[in-house]
Write a protein that binds this ligand. Structure first.
Ligand SMILES: Nc1ncnc2c1ncn2[C@@H]1O[C@H](COP(=O)(O)OP(=O)(O)OP(=O)(O)O)[C@@H](O)[C@H]1O
Ligand SMILES: [Mg+2]
Length: 452
């Protein structure tokens, strides 16, 4: 037998093997076009969201590329690959991985996931074997009836003084963390993950640099944080489908713990990258861009994700969530920041000015708000918070005058008091990375500032 013939027979053999090793297929189609991020296939009738595989001829033979149906146009299905598409040929066969009615993706859930770092499809990234769990669930769940949702009425201690004392967060509240790059988002989220009183922490690292993922897990979350956390990482270099799926999977895991009656802290870094992933997909399948390049579907996906966090039905567990929102160049008009502010129950703004002066966590108290706070704390405490904000704001407005010595003491009693208390207020707002500060301590320290 000539070598060529042998190779050819072997290739057929491999192809047979590939095909027979797959689940029983009802149908297969052919790829007609692949441009940019999407591929088009004909000859298949599949619901959106179905997982498919596309045959690929590579140097080592035939293998498969997982893809997901993201839309259709007449008889043409739009597929988006979850991995590299090099080697895919025109006319390549496309198989559906699901037969009959689509059940949607089923991913592992449950307490066995604690301490693990997984990717958006639940494959381990921590070098340990794949998680063995008793329970698998679909990524999508029925939304909680808003009238049956337990209201936000209990404080969640997040372990950060400035937040506990001045921007008190309740169990089931959804907060945004608005900041540009490098001003301390990850460190602040890590502090909350380590010191919070929540039972379980679910972290979604979406669209960030790969190096950042390792840094967050090893240095910022640390051993203590990791034990009671599940980390789902979908860094910037993976397909936008997986980045979106990562955010949804993290939310789904949090929902599962909540339904077990636990108080969950869900940390999503970042919501902006989630929106960008949806923008990539939507633009690729031809949705017209609307606001600053974002197609309308992005603004529908954001509330759909965020609304899944929050309290469960009465007396159930809770998901308190922190979503980071990137505000590049301090652009508060960014459409994602705008939309996020409207759908979240409060926002914490990190300021570059404070970070640059070494004031950490760089929370801009004046620009931040917790909308559930008034229902959570005593009126006397709230009075002190308002007082604190007034004094701080008065000091900031007159900062330049004070620093050049142009302010004459006695002309403004509020400013006099602000100047006297400023060192204590500043110390109150600052907190070192490895320092924990409980809710009670935050209240007591606030009292101390005003009792002098
Ligand atoms: N509480 C803190 N105390 C001291 N330094 C801090 C504190 N928080 C942040 N920093 C400093 O700020 C740096 C940047 O923080 P971090 O990585 O959290 O920023 P980021 O906003 O997540 O950045 P990126 O946009 O790159 O993700 C840290 O490396 C650290 O040096
Ligand atoms: Mg970061």
């Amino acid at each position: 037998m000539t070598l060529r013939l042998k190779n050819w027979l072997e290739a057929i053999d491999r192809k047979e093997k590939l095909i027979t090793s797959l689940p029983p297929f009802r149908q297969y189609g052919k790829l007609t076009r692949a441009t940019g991020l999407v591929m088009e296939a004909v000859g298949l009738k599949l619901p959106i969201g179905t997982l498919c595989i596309v045959e690929r001829h590579s140097r080592d033979g035939i293998d498969k590329v997982e893809s997901e149906v993201v839309g259709f146009n007449g008889q043409i299905l739009y597929l988006m690959p979850l991995e590299n598409v090099d080697g895919i040929l025109p006319g390549a066969r496309v198989y559906s991985l699901e037969t009959g009615a689509s059940k949607g993706k089923q991913l592992p859930l449950g307490p066995e996931l604690l301490g693990r770092v997984l990717d958006a499809s639940a494959r381990p990234l921590d070098g340990l074997p794949a998680p063995v769990t008793l329970q698998h669930g679909s990524l999508f769940t029925q939304p909680v009836n808003p009238l049956q949702r337990d209201p936000i009425k209990h404080v969640l201690d997040v372990g950060v003084r400035a937040i506990n004392g001045l921007l008190t967060v309740g169990r089931g509240q959804r907060m945004g963390l608005f900041a540009g790059s490098g001003v301390g988002k990850s460190v602040l989220l890590g502090m909350m993950a380590r010191y919070t009183k929540a039972d379980v922490i679910v972290v979604g690292l979406i669209g960030e640099r790969g190096r950042e993922v390792k840094d967050f897990i090893e240095n910022i979350l640390g051993e203590d944080g990791r034990k009671r956390s599940v980390v789902i990482a979908a860094p910037a270099d993976v397909s936008p489908i997986l980045r979106m799926q990562g955010a949804v999977y993290a939310t789904r895991i949090a929902e599962d713990f909540r339904d077990r009656g636990l108080d969950v802290l869900l940390i999503m870094d970042s919501l902006t990258r989630y929106a960008m992933a949806q923008r990539e997909i939507a633009l690729a399948i031809g949705e017209p861009p609307a606001t600053k390049g974002y197609p309308p579907s992005v603004f529908a996906k954001l509330p759909a994700l965020v609304e899944r966090a929050g309290n469960g039905v009465k007396e159930g567990g809770s998901i308190t969530a922190f979503y980071t929102v990137l505000t590049e160049g301090d652009d508060q008009q960014d459409p994602i920041a705008d939309s996020a502010r409207a759908i979240l129950d409060g926002h914490i703004v990190l300021s570059r000015r404070l970070a640059e002066s070494g004031h950490y966590p760089a929370i801009d108290i004046e620009a931040s708000i917790s909308r559930a706070m008034t229902e959570l704390i005593e009126p006397v405490h709230y009075k002190k918070v308002q007082n604190f904000k007034q004094l701080l704001s008065s000091y900031q407005r007159n900062r330049d005058l004070i620093s050049v010595g142009a302010y004459a003491a006695g002309s403004d009693p509020l400013l006099d008091k602000a100047i006297r208390l400023y060192p204590q207020m500043e110390a109150y707002l600052q907190q070192a990375i490895y320092e924990s500060s409980g809710y009670e301590e935050a209240g007591n320290n606030l009292d101390k500032i005003f009792s002098d």
